[in-house]
Design a protein around this ligand. Structure first.
Ligand code: PMP
Length: 290
């Protein structure tokens, strides 16, 4: 039995899951999406992801034609149909099929699809030894142009930064904002720890307000670790005791070198590992069961 895909209300075989080449999601990146995860049949932070999806859609004036409850039901149906215990879930809403012009009024019906698949994890060594990253020249999108809070189908900004990282032989890149402050990585948020204090850029630095990020901030507070959402410079990063990235796919991944500067003692830090453990416990018990 092949993978089943949810497409506009129906579960269909992957090979039959097709959308129009006139879909504005494809022609213009006009659409929004979420990357979600399930752990042992518990969908992690599903309500938070659904809220962010609908907020992204609202900002780009895309009316999702099904309710949040129907969207949750569609995700659960897709997971059940594929009998996946641990899954990566991609929920996508595009402007739909239109003509070759930009005008979204020509798109009469948004396209909704949901893919649930096996989760592809980062290599274990990266979690054990930590990641080396670099700052790249491509700035994060200015919030005055397109808000990074909108998780849109147009990821070219991040892809360019990712290419620059790969060209330099590393897997992730730190992107700065137009003021030169640290924003985030291409698919992850960034944190540092200095003197026992956890610091991460605020949403107004021009970042995607990551759901893993928010979860880690909550976890730190529960563990009486002081947290500050404040502007961070590269100097702050270089001189941190610890650093890590957060994201739905990456979870919490330690960073041990940035732009050639060793972070702390060059090994995943104590607080990073404490937070990783706490996070792993939450994923085991929180979530919507299917
Ligand atoms: N920033 C960007 C640009 C991302 O694409 C992602 C992954 N969706 C994140 C941060 C992390 O967000 P989350 O924890 O919600 O997956």
């Amino acid at each position: 039995m092949g993978l089943k895909i949810y497409l506009n209300g129906k579960l269909i075989d992957k090979k039959d899951a097709r959308i129009s080449i006139f879909d504005h999601g494809l022609l213009y990146g006009d659409g929004v999406f979420e990357g979600i995860r399930s752990y042992n049949r518990l969908v992690f932070k599903l309500n938070e992801h659904i809220d962010r999806l609908y907020e992204s859609a609202h900002t780009i004036m895309l009316t999702i034609p099904i309710s949040k409850i129907e969207m949750i039901d569609a995700i659960v149906r897709t997971l059940k149909a594929n009998n996946l215990n641990d899954a990566y879930i991609r929920a996508v809403v595009t402007r739909g099929e239109g003509d070759l012009g930009l005008d979204p009024r020509r798109c009469h019906s948004p396209t909704i699809f949901i893919i649930t698949d096996e989760i592809k994890l980062y290599p274990k060594e990266l979690y054990e030894n930590g990641l080396e990253i670099i700052t790249v020249p491509t700035q994060r999108n200015s919030p005055e142009a397109v808000s990074p809070r909108v998780k849109s189908l147009n990821y070219l900004n991040n892809i360019l930064a990712k290419i620059e990282a790969i060209n330099s032989g590393v897997e992730e890149a730190v992107m700065l904002n137009a003021q030169g402050y640290v924003a985030e990585c291409t698919g992850d948020n960034i944190f540092l720890i200095k003197g026992g204090r956890l610091r991460t850029p605020p949403p107004y630095a021009g970042i995607l307000k990551g759901i893993t990020r928010d979860c880690v901030i909550g976890l730190a507070k529960d563990n009486k670790i002081p947290v500050a959402e404040e502007m961070i410079t590269r100097h702050d990063l270089f001189n941190a005791d610890e650093s890590f990235l957060t994201g739905t796919a990456a979870e919490i991944i330690p960073v041990i070198k940035i732009d050639g500067r060793v972070i702390g003692n060059g090994k995943p830090g104590k607080i990073t590992l404490q937070l990783r453990k706490g996070f792993s416990n939450i994923t085991k018990k929180d979530g919507i069961r299917y």
